[in-house]
Ligand binder design. Structure first.
Ligand SMILES: Nc1ncnc2c1ncn2[C@@H]1O[C@H](COP(=O)(O)OP(=O)(O)OP(=O)(O)O)[C@@H](O)[C@H]1O
Length: 243
């Protein structure tokens, strides 16, 4: 029997109140341990798709299933959010405690861990990411790249089954970007990764989909790459060797 997908969207539609539809009958399946890249023009609805999966906004039609069960009520989405971590595009939307350690311990504490347990889980998570030296730092004084990795730590400490990463390489220098690639390679969990960095997606995801015209289009990465360039630049991508 085929394994039940972790997350499944069936014919999901959505439009913000005063605007035309953003998502039109979107189908998407994320299996356990699958990595899906999502690329698409600004405003095509990628972040909106993540907000729908997390239950932060509700579809106007269609179904979101988590572990094979339709997810509608706030309690059902709370269950999903315990296992699916969203890395916001802007790390400042994720970090709100005075120190890094407090920020990372917040999630476990919120779910009933003792102070000692939350602290040791937070420290272990920081260490696993090579960020132990940041534990006592004032969060808002971190660099952009440090904030991004700490924001990821606030999610990983919850031991999620899946990550939704919204443009995780934005403003990262090449060294931190490579570090993020290595971190993701070492994690045994599913992910959907939104990025405009096609090479990053090629390195971190086996499948890359494109978001366009209110749909998530699947296919061969090379043809999607071409499709993306046509959408973005109105032209085909340049290939090495082209004259
Ligand atoms: N709260 C809102 N109210 C009305 N319109 C919104 C709202 N949030 C987003 N939009 C619009 O919905 C569309 C999709 O936005 P979304 O952020 O999902 O796109 P995106 O693909 O993630 O874009 P980007 O690559 O620029 O991050 C955009 O046209 C945006 O202006």
């Amino acid at each position: 029997m085929p394994e039940t997908p972790l997350i499944e969207l069936k014919a999901v539609c959505f439009g913000y109140a005063d605007r035309s539809p953003i998502l039109n009958q979107v189908d998407l399946t994320l299996a356990a341990n699958q990595r899906i890249g999502l690329i698409g023009a600004n405003g095509s609805g990628k972040t909106t798709l993540f907000y729908l999966i997390m239950g932060l906004i509700k579809p106007t039609a269609g179904t979101i299933l988590f572990r094979g069960r339709p997810t509608n009520s706030e309690d059902e989405f709370k269950g999903l959010r315990r296992e699916v971590g969203l890395l916001f595009q802007d790390a400042d939307d994720q970090l709100f405690s005075p120190t890094v350690l407090e920020d990372i311990a917040f999630g476990p504490l919120n779910l009933g861990a003792s102070i000692d347990e939350a602290r040791s889980r937070a420290l272990a998570t920081l260490d696993s990411l090579g960020l132990g030296h940041l534990a006592q730092r004032i969060t808002h004084q971190l660099s952009g790249g440090e904030k991004k990795l700490v924001a990821l730590a606030t999610i990983l400490v919850m031991e999620p089954a899946a990550l939704l990463l919204d443009e995780p390489t934005n403003n990262l220098d090449p060294v931190t970007r490579d570090r993020l690639i290595a971190i993701l390679a070492g994690l045994d969990l599913a992910a959907i990764i939104i990025s405009h960095d096609y090479d990053f997606l090629a390195e971190t995801c086996r499948d890359t989909n494109i978001m366009a015209d209110g749909k998530v289009l699947t296919g061969e990465p090379s043809s999607l790459h071409t499709h993306y360039h046509i959408h973005r630049h109105g032209e085909l991508p340049h290939r090495h060797g082209d004259t």
